[in-house]
Design a protein around this ligand. Structure first.
Ligand SMILES: Cc1cc2nc3c(=O)[nH]c(=O)nc-3n(C[C@H](O)[C@H](O)[C@H](O)COP(=O)(O)OP(=O)(O)OC[C@H]3O[C@@H](n4cnc5c(N)ncnc54)[C@H](O)[C@@H]3O)c2cc1C
Length: 438
């Protein structure tokens, strides 16, 4: 029997488990560890709560998790409760699929001011990640600034702009829904250092803004390149730019008293966040493009704002004794190989890029490499060894059947029209699993 430990139960973790079963059939046992008592990583805590059809991909991971070869070992943090060296003693291969859960710092003066957040924290707040459930952002100022020109920036803008009725069918957590109900935000500025042709926003997400009851997306026509230049763009990007052109022509958006302006401020690089204790203004420098790069022009201006959310990317969390690539904020690796018997996949391998599906070929390719590196299992103890360690250390881990109890309780607690009300505290999850929280 071959024994594999996968650390992280997000898309990369479960696609890798699926690939291992394809490769070795019933000759492999896979333990999928997660620091949370609940599986599926960013499918649960990143993907927007009003995009339930995308979250549906977890059904596929459930099919993998439900096979006899695969076990979920939740509420166990690798690097803290169990070391990497211990896992390596027990399993033929250890695969880190821990994602990139930390916000990349902005590196600007004032970023420590209150009500300045990274998107991991802000999204975690409205999506019920236990680490960020208590964030309590103030939504009392009329202007919010979002930094970044990717889909996460659009998710944040959309969540801030939606009317309460538009959350019907979503699983946004109740604490966020009620905070948004009292929100005074009427203007959302999305800052991008470069221009409309350089965005990383997909057409579906951009198009959605035009259909919100309160949102008035706006683009300065002067920021748009000559329309003839759109011909050279990839079809997806061209569609996105078409949406921006429609916003510039003001053909989309709401016309109500409680309208929320969503202004795309292109060629705009944040330089400082200003305020006494809490953010009051953000200083921005106008840029121009030189060889595809944003270069400051020296012209600055300030935007009064009470909330700043930086959606500029993520970093992997370090794990003691695992080599780290500081420059790229992920584990140091060569095509997923870190050291003999130690591998990484998904965002922990390549950084925070691509879609959910991008993690699938990643998982399959790492299993091919393991098969190449270790044609035969080494006779390690695997699960039985982990059971002994868990008993000795009194680690009462959460099994997949326990998670199903948590899930049932979340479904039972759902408000009308919502698929579930997530538990946002680890203790409550453990309790719902019928375990002792002491
Ligand atoms: C806000 C946001 C919205 C997104 N929306 C979409 C979308 O709509 N469509 C789309 O295609 N993609 C979307 N993505 C991208 C998608 O979520 C990622 O491609 C994918 O989740 C990466 O998978 P992963 O398994 O590498 O990491 P993750 O999903 O982050 O999973 C990592 C897992 O590792 C666990 N872990 C971390 N450290 C440890 C440790 N030390 N010990 C044990 N466990 C640990 C974590 O708890 C987590 O469960 C979105 C991403 C974000 C941030």
């Amino acid at each position: 029997m071959r024994h594999i430990a996968i650390v992280g139960s997000g898309p990369a973790g479960y696609y890798t488990a699926e690939a291992a079963i394809k490769q070795w059939g019933d000759q492999v046992h896979i333990d999928v560890f997660d620091r949370l008592p609940v599986p599926f990583g960013l499918i649960r805590t990143g993907v927007a709560p009003d995009h339930q059809s995308i979250k549906g991909v977890s059904k596929r991971y459930e099919a993998t998790a439900g096979t006899d070869n695969v076990r979920f070992v939740g509420n166990v943090t690798i690097g803290k409760d169990v070391t990497i060296a211990e896992l390596q003693d027990l399993y033929d291969a250890v695969i880190l699929a821990t994602g990139a859960p930390n916000d990349r710092p902005l590196g600007l003066p004032g970023e420590q001011l209150a009500n300045v957040f990274g998107s991991a924290a802000f999204v975690g707040w409205y999506n019920g990640h236990p680490m960020f459930a208590d964030l309590d952002p103030a939504l009392s100022h009329d202007t919010a600034v979002i930094i970044g020109n990717g889909n996460v920036a659009l998710d944040v803008a959309r969540i801030l702009a939606k009317a309460q009725s538009e959350f019907h069918g979503s699983d946004i957590v109740s604490h966020a829904l009620s905070a948004l109900d009292g929100s005074r935000i009427r203007r959302i500025v999305i800052l991008g250092r470069r221009g409309p042709h350089q965005i990383a926003m997909t057409p579906k997400e951009l198009g959605e803004l035009a259909h919100l009851t309160r949102a008035r997306p706006q683009v300065d026509p002067a920021d748009l390149p000559d329309a003839a230049l759109d011909e050279a763009l990839d079809p997806g990007l061209r569609k996105s730019v078409n949406h921006l052109r429609a916003f510039a022509a003001a053909t989309g958006g709401a016309d109500t008293d409680d309208a929320i302006d969503i202004e795309f401020d292109f060629f705009a690089a944040p330089r400082a966040i200003i305020g006494e204790d809490r953010v009051e203004e953000i200083e921005v420098e106008r840029t121009r493009l030189e060889d595809g790069k944003a270069v400051g022009t020296g012209e600055t201006y300030r935007i009064p704002a009470g909330l700043v959310v930086a959606c500029i990317g993520y970093q992997t969390s370090r794990i003691p004794d695992v080599p780290f690539d500081d420059r790229n904020g992920r584990f140091a690796n060569e095509d997923g190989r870190i050291a003999p018997g130690l591998y990484c996949v998904g965002w922990a391998r390549r950084g925070p890029t691509g879609t959910i599906g991008t993690n699938r070929p990643d998982g399959f390719s790492i299993i091919e490499k393991i098969a190449e590196d270790m044609p035969e299992p080494a006779g390690k103890p695997g699960r039985a060894g982990f059971e002994a360690l868990a008993q000795a250390r009194a680690i009462d881990y959460v099994k997949f059947t326990d998670w199903k109890k948590i899930e049932q309780a979340e479904i039972a607690n759902a408000r009308d029209g919502s698929p579930r009300e997530k538990f946002v505290a680890v203790d409550r999850m453990i309790e719902a699993a019928g375990k002792d929280i002491s």
